[in-house]
Design a protein around this ligand. Structure first.
Ligand code: GLV
Ligand code: MN
Ligand code: MN
Length: 411
């Protein structure tokens, strides 16, 4: 209990690790993610924090005040799940830094004037069930619990089945206004997912905004057949249409300053070398600071896909899985964090975070820690040990301030 987030991250470096330098696979409710959750509970309990898992699967570890009242709490924390092939910092850095910040504050003899909670949010990445920030969307009522129960993973396991297997009652998921009302402010620390801090020569930044982003599923149905026996003119090949979706996405994002468009998954069924596919399903991830621009790009890509499908004799269904509007983090809280960390620059981010979802319910902010490669969602994601320590120190100072003063937080 030394305030050492590096040591905490070292402890989990083998959990969910893929062979070679393949990074991590820690999807929600997998053995790896559950091992990480147990690891967190162990550390929180060892520190005398009161640990509970709420009905949305969010773990809360409380540093209570005498009397045990939980109103006016300051919240920190992040997530432990990963994308396929992700790094050990996206999520775990915020969780490890929160535990380490508690150690630092206690080492200084600090006594909080209001409760502090560390939260671990499930399925932040949406890498298993397709919807990012699922835990924070559920608790805030940003998503229909009925829809969540029916979400399926790649093996057609429903969220309800996976949650039940992990010991979470799926009938209990959904909005939790009483719990949200306890939060006076939320500050999530996260590894930076870009080179902003490298370019500025600073170890820690404040978040300004999260740009709008959404996910869509494009399902193209064609007609399976023989790769050798079927004449080219007789085909309805969904992969040919999928190629046009990918080309159109690149073309329509390239011409818009600041736009990002990604097809990260292509699932071709049945997937045989000598088989014309019967269907192709693509993921679309589109982001821009302006929400209308995101929607326009998706409309343009949909129209291009429909034209290609019509000429190939295929059909297309485009389904929105999630949409997150632009979040400008709370100005008063940012000003307060800036006063505590006067040298920290402010950076906007293209990555989504639970703090962005919680921002609709409580004043929220973020700290970013320098990432020398600027890369994330890949094993190349990293942070120098000294910068991890600087992040813990920054978080401890921010928490100390918020746990002592009232100004920008909710009463
Ligand atoms: C989460 O990391 C996202 O932005 O997709
Ligand atoms: Mn993250
Ligand atoms: Mn991520």
């Amino acid at each position: 209990m030394t305030g050492d987030a590096n040591a905490l991250l070292d402890e989990i470096a083998g959990i969910g690790a893929l062979p070679g330098d393949g990074g991590y696979a820690r999807p929600v409710f997998s053995p790896a993610e559950r091992e990480l959750r147990d690891w967190f509970v162990g550390h929180a309990t060892a520190r005398g924090l009161a640990v509970e898992t709420d009905r949305n699967g969010i773990i809360w570890a409380w540093w209570d005040v005498p009397g045990g009242a939980r109103e006016g709490a300051i919240l920190t924390g992040s997530h432990l799940d990963s994308v396929p092939g992700g790094g050990n910092f996206d999520g775990p850095l915020g969780v490890a830094s929160a535990l380490a910040a508690v150690d630092v504050l206690r080492g200084r003899g600090f006594t909080p004037g209001r409760p502090l909670a560390i939260a671990v949010f499930p399925e932040e990445e949406g890498s298993r069930f397709g919807v990012a920030c699922l835990g924070s969307r559920l608790i805030t009522g940003a998503i229909d619990p009925e829809k969540v129960r029916a979400l399926t993973d790649a093996a057609s396991t429903t969220f309800a089945e996976a949650a039940a297997a992990a010991g979470l009652d799926p009938s209990g998921i959904g909005p939790d206004p009483e719990r949200l009302a306890q939060i006076a402010a939320f500050v999530e620390l996260h590894v930076e997912q870009g080179r902003g801090l490298v370019d500025l020569g600073q170890p820690v930044a404040l978040a300004g905004a999260i740009i709008a982003h959404g996910r869509w599923r494009v399902r193209i149905e064609g007609r399976g057949d023989h790769a050798g026996a079927t004449r080219m003119a007789d085909r309805s090949d969904p992969v040919v249409v999928a190629a046009e979706t990918i080309r159109a996405l690149r073309a329509h994002t390239l011409v818009v300053d600041g736009a990002r468009g990604t097809v990260g998954r292509v699932d071709v069924v049945p997937g045989g070398t000598n088989v014309i596919a019967s269907s192709a399903t693509l993921s679309l991830d589109v982001r821009h600071r302006d929400e209308a621009t995101v929607r326009r790009i998706v409309d343009e890509v949909t129209a291009a896909t429909e034209r290609a499908a019509a000429s190939e004799g295929c059909t297309v269904t485009v389904t929105e899985q999630s949409f997150s509007p632009t979040v400008d983090f709370d100005a008063a809280l940012r000003a307060e964090l800036q006063a505590v960390l006067p040298d920290a620059p402010t950076l906007d981010t293209g990555a989504g975070h639970d703090a962005g979802v919680l921002a609709a319910s409580a004043p929220s902010g973020m700290l970013f820690v320098r990432n020398p490669t600027g890369a994330s969602h890949t094993p190349a994601e990293t942070a120098e040990r000294a910068d991890v320590d600087a992040g813990v120190e920054a978080l401890a100072r921010v928490l100390e301030h918020l746990l002592t003063h009232d100004s920008s937080t909710r009463p």
